[in-house]
Design a protein around this ligand. Structure first.
Ligand SMILES: *[C@@H]1O[C@H](CO)[C@@H](O)[C@H](O)[C@H]1NC(C)=O
Ligand SMILES: *[C@@H]1O[C@H](CO)[C@@H](O)[C@H](O)[C@H]1NC(C)=O
Ligand SMILES: *[C@@H]1O[C@H](CO)[C@@H](O)[C@H](O)[C@H]1NC(C)=O
Ligand SMILES: *[C@@H]1O[C@H](CO)[C@@H](O)[C@H](O)[C@H]1NC(C)=O
Ligand SMILES: *[C@@H]1O[C@H](CO)[C@@H](O)[C@H](O)[C@H]1NC(C)=O
Length: 284
C-alpha cells in the first residue's frame, strides 16, 4: 500500500512535469508564430488587417481559411509576391455564392455590402484586384495608393454614381472593368485621362447618359472600348476616337444615339472589329 502510494506520488510529479513542459512548448511555438508574422515572415500586418476589414464589409462572407493563419499569404484567393510576401493578387469574385451560408436570390438581394476601396490603399505590391460578381451597393468609391495595380475588375455589382476622380491615380492600370453596374451619371472620362497604359475599358451595361466624351482621346493605349448597353443619348460622334491608333474593338451597341451614322466618315482605319448596332438606334 505504502509502496503503491509512493509510486503514485512519483507518477503525479512526472505527469505534472510533462504537462508543464508541454504547455511551455506550446507557448514557445505560439509566440514564435506571432513574432514571425510581426517581423515579416508572413504578409505585412497592415495587409492582414485590411483583409479582415474587407471581410467585415461583406458581412463576414469569405473563404474559411481567412483569419485562421496570421500569414494572409496562406489564405485562399490571396496571392503574394514570393520574395517580399506582400499581396500581389486578390481574386475576390463571386464571394456571396461561394461562401454565404445557403445563399439564395432573396438573401442576395437583401445584402447591402459596402465597398470602400480605400481599404486596399495599403497594398503596395497589388497588381490584380478582382471584386466582380458580388452584391456591393452604393456609390463607386475610390482609392489612392495602388501604384502598381494593372487590373481592376468591379464588374457585376450594383454600384451607382459616376467614375470617381481618384481612379485616375491608378497610373499602372491596363484593364478597368466597371461593366454591369448601375453607374448613372453623364459619361465623363476626365478622371481617367492620366491612364496612359489603359488597354481595356469596359463600361457596358450601366446607365451612363450623354455623349462619347472628347477626353477619351487621351487614352492612347486603348485597344478595347465597350460602351454597349448604356443610355448614351447625344448625337453620335466618333471624333474622340480619331487619335486612338491601337483601338481594335469598339462596342457602342444598345444605346440611344441620335443623328447620322458617322462611320461613313472614314475615321478609325485601324479598327479591326466593330461590334456596333448603331443603325438600330439611328433616328431613335
Ligand atoms: C511562388 O511560389 C509558388 C509555390 O512555390 C509557385 O507556384 C509560383 O509559381 C511562384 N510565383 C512566382 C511569381 O515565382
Ligand atoms: C449577415 O449574414 C447573416 C447570416 O450569415 C444574416 O443573418 C444577416 O442578416 C446578414 N446581415 C445583413 C446586413 O445582411
Ligand atoms: C474608407 O476607408 C478609409 C480608410 O480605411 C477611411 O478613412 C474612410 O473614412 C472610409 N470611408 C467610408 C465612406 O467609410
Ligand atoms: C443614381 O442612382 C442613385 C441611386 O439610385 C440615385 O440616388 C441618384 O440620384 C442617381 N443619380 C442620377 C444622376 O440619376
Ligand atoms: C439624355 O438623358 C439625360 C438623362 O435622362 C437628360 O437629362 C438629357 O437631357 C438627355 N439628352 C438629350 C440630348 O436628349
Amino acid at each position: 500500500m505504502g509502496l503503491y502510494y509512493h509510486h503514485s506520488i512519483n507518477d503525479g510529479f512526472s505527469r505534472r512535469a510533462l504537462i508543464i513542459m508541454r504547455i511551455t512548448l506550446l507557448i514557445v511555438i505560439i509566440s514564435m508564430i506571432m513574432l514571425s508574422s510581426k517581423f515579416g515572415v508572413g504578409c505585412p500586418v497592415e495587409e492582414y488587417e485590411a483583409l479582415l476589414e474587407f471581410k467585415a464589409s461583406c458581412n463576414g462572407t469569405s473563404p474559411p481559411s481567412w483569419g485562421k493563419h496570421s500569414d494572409c499569404c496562406l489564405w485562399e484567393r490571396v496571392i503574394c509576391n514570393n520574395n517580399t510576401k506582400q499581396v500581389s493578387e486578390l481574386h475576390l469574385h463571386d464571394l456571396f455564392w461561394s461562401y454565404y451560408p445557403e445563399g439564395n436570390w432573396n438573401l442576395y438581394e437583401a445584402q447591402s455590402w459596402h465597398l470602400n476601396l480605400s481599404i486596399f490603399s495599403s497594398f503596395r505590391e497589388l497588381r490584380h484586384l478582382d471584386l466582380s460578381f458580388n452584391p456591393f451597393t452604393g456609390l463607386l468609391s475610390s482609392t489612392t495608393g495602388l501604384k502598381k495595380l494593372k487590373v481592376l475588375d468591379l464588374s457585376d455589382n450594383q454600384l451607382t454614381g459616376e467614375i470617381p476622380t481618384s481612379l485616375g491615380y491608378l497610373t499602372s492600370l491596363e484593364v478597368l472593368n466597371l461593366g454591369l453596374n448601375e453607374l448613372n451619371a453623364s459619361l465623363s472620362l476626365k478622371a481617367l485621362v492620366g491612364l496612359k497604359k489603359l488597354k481595356v475599358l469596359d463600361l457596358s451595361e450601366n446607365q451612363f447618359t450623354g455623349e462619347i466624351p472628347m477626353s477619351l482621346g487621351y487614352l492612347t493605349s486603348l485597344e478595347v472600348l465597350n460602351l454597349g448597353l448604356n443610355e448614351l443619348n447625344a448625337s453620335l460622334s466618333l471624333k474622340a476616337l480619331v487619335g486612338l491608333k491601337k483601338l481594335k474593338v469598339l462596342d457602342l451597341s444598345e444605346n440611344q444615339f441620335t443623328g447620322e451614322n458617322p462611320l461613313s466618315l472614314g475615321y478609325l482605319t485601324s479598327l479591326k472589329v466593330f461590334l456596333s448596332r448603331i443603325e438600330e438606334a439611328k433616328g431613335a
